[in-house]
Design a protein around this ligand. Structure first.
Ligand code: HEC
Length: 143
């Protein structure tokens, strides 16, 4: 009986070890370089404070008024242009998932560092798996 317990104990350790390494692996595959949980949390806080009013908690937006960030072909393909829009504001016509948008997004007023956090959050939230941006990349984006 005791032996069984010992075997069971090692089996549990084995399970934990496996699930731990799986997690790490999938993070690396998805993100290239790992975004820390704490950066995702900070990005989420910025999102809830500065973006959620229009793009909604689910990132789905409101068709024809506020474009979606979740499953957005625009965000996936034109990440730099999207950063520019959030950095400086935008009211030019754009198309997201085949639907036209031409309303106003005011400049976010965020620092480059905050833009990195909020973008890495939206690039990797909901079902998005759109990679990540660096501070150098965001800082290089000019009007
Ligand atoms: C006042 C409402 C509002 C707020 C707040 C807002 N947006 Fe937007 N956002 C818009 C609108 C409207 C557009 C389309 C702008 C256009 O037509 O030029 C847009 C476009 C975008 C796009 C590009 C299109 C897409 O759907 O992929 C991204 C990315 C984006 N916003 C991210 C953000 C982020 C990140 C924040 C918070 C820092 C934010 N937005 C805050 C209204 C808003």
């Amino acid at each position: 009986m005791r032996e069984l317990n010992v075997i069971f104990f090692f089996f549990l350790i084995f399970l934990f070890a496996c699930s731990g390494s799986d997690k790490k692996k999938s993070n690396k595959e998805n993100l290239g370089v790992e975004i820390t949980a704490s950066d995702m949390e900070k990005g989420g806080q910025l999102y809830r404070a500065k973006c959620m009013n229009c793009h909604l908690k689910t990132g789905k937006g409101i068709p024809k008024v506020f474009p979606p960030l979740a499953n957005s072909d625009y965000l996936r393909k034109n990440t730099d242009e999207a950063i520019k829009m959030v950095k400086f504001g935008s009211n030019k016509p754009i198309k997201v998932n085949g639907i036209k948008y031409n309303s106003l997004m005011p400049a976010s007023g965020l620092t480059d560092k905050e833009l990195v956090l909020v973008f890495n959050y939206i690039l990797n939230s909901w079902e998005n798996n759109y990679g990540q941006v660096s501070l150098e990349e965001v800082a290089a984006i000019k009007r």
